[in-house]
Write a protein that binds this ligand. Structure first.
Ligand code: NAP
Length: 337
């Protein structure tokens, strides 16, 4: 039984705490940590109270009762607990992004390589989503020819007041940055990227530029357009259309009944990410626990987290320059091949 300690008892932290305690086979939640003791205690209550409560991440990581660590603090607070888990030789699953800058991700990559062990898995759960896997298989079958254009939307009903223009890249589009090359079987990193700002919505808080259109091109010439629109007001709406040489594939959305009433045909849209990707999180954390039992990691590696951050840095630069920015990640180290 893998004894897990979780750091960061906010929105997704509480979800993962319940998941590890009640759903995942071969793992148990033994400790929770949050800088805010009340949040840690609330998370402990949620899972029946029988877990240790910490306010200091390092102390929890070094607790001999903790075999492995889950990090669900905000992205700019991932680096320190991930480095600390590597130093302690403990497997660590960190929510996306690995960190919010490429320089910080590189420190993690270097520390993991120096440890000689694969310890870090990054929570890019879309690679575990059934719909994305179905689309990937269709592309791999060859029956649709080569992909040429991807048209994606990443829409949310609304965001908190501390959500910034940069976070549209580092927290939101980071999912598309990670999943799209994997989806189309393009293992090279992105080549060039650009952000364009259309007319701004009246629904965004002051200082936030929303929506944003992100253009990303792979080295093989596939162009992806991602609409990030986080104040759309109507739900959590994730779409991906893959235009191939011999046909078009659309990412399936979760199914809801279609209703007919008041001269209208209607189908619901998910309210938020918790529900939209609920199965993917379950499969992802089970896969992490199964890999840890084998002494390895699954899903996205620290290197994947690093290349996503290099791409994100280029998009953030383009938010200011408006120019097409090059993405340069360097050679994939042998350790991550
Ligand atoms: P959140 O609600 O703000 O929760 C973060 C929690 O971590 C808060 O309780 C915060 O405490 C605590 N915290 C901050 N610094 C800490 C530290 N140094 N040590 C211990 N606890 C600390 O954030 P969230 O929405 O759950 O997001 C957390 C992470 O998950 C982010 O990286 C986000 O991108 C990711 N996420 C991923 C998905 C996905 O689809 N994969 C979905 C949602 C979120 P205070 O509130 O007291 O500061």
């Amino acid at each position: 039984m893998l004894k897990v300690g979780l750091i960061g008892c906010g929105m997704i932290g509480k979800e993962h705490a319940k998941r590890i305690k009640y759903k995942i086979q071969g793992a148990d939640l033994v400790a929770v940590c949050d800088v805010f003791e009340k949040s840690a205690r609330a998370a402990a209550e949620l899972v029946g109270g029988d877990v240790k409560v910490y306010t200091d991440a390092d102390q929890m990581i070094h607790d001999p009762d903790v075999d492995a660590v889950v990090v669900t603090t905000p992205g700019n607070f991932h680096k320190s607990p991930v480095l600390s888990a590597i130093a302690a030789g403990k497997p660590v699953f960190t929510e996306k992004p690995l960190t919010t800058t490429a320089a910080d991700c590189k420190e993690i990559v270097d520390a993991e390589m120096a440890s000689g062990k694969h310890l870090v898995q990054v929570g890019f759960m879309r690679r575990y989503d059934r719909g994305y896997n179905q689309v990937r298989e269709m592309i791999r079958s060859g029956g649709f020819g080569k992909p040429m254009i991807l048209k994606c939307t990443h829409r949310a009903e609304s965001v908190a007041d501390d959500y910034s223009t940069e976070m549209a890249v580092t927290d939101t589009a980071i999912h598309e940055i990670n999943v799209l090359p994997w989806l189309i079987g393009d293992h090279e990193e992105w080549d060039e990227v650009q952000v364009m700002f259309p007319r701004q919505t009246k629904n965004a808080h002051e200082g936030l530029r929303d929506p944003q259109l992100m253009m990303m091109k792979t080295k093989s010439g596939v162009i992806c357009m991602v609409e990030v629109n986080v104040n759309c007001g109507f739900g959590y709406d994730i779409n991906c259309e893959v235009v191939c040489e011999d046909g078009v594939i659309n990412l399936p959305c979760p199914s809801f009944p279609t209703t007919r009433k008041n001269f209208e045909v209607a189908t619901a849209i998910e309210k938020n990410w918790i529900l939209r990707f609920i199965d993917s999180y379950d499969v992802e954390l089970q896969d992490w626990v199964d890999h840890v039992a084998q002494g390895t990691t699954g899903g996205s590696s620290a290197w994947d987290g690093y290349t996503a951050a290099v791409t994100a840095d280029a998009l953030v630069r383009s938010q200011t320059t408006g120019a097409v920015e090059k993405v340069a990640c360097g050679e994939t180290p042998e350790f991550y091949r």
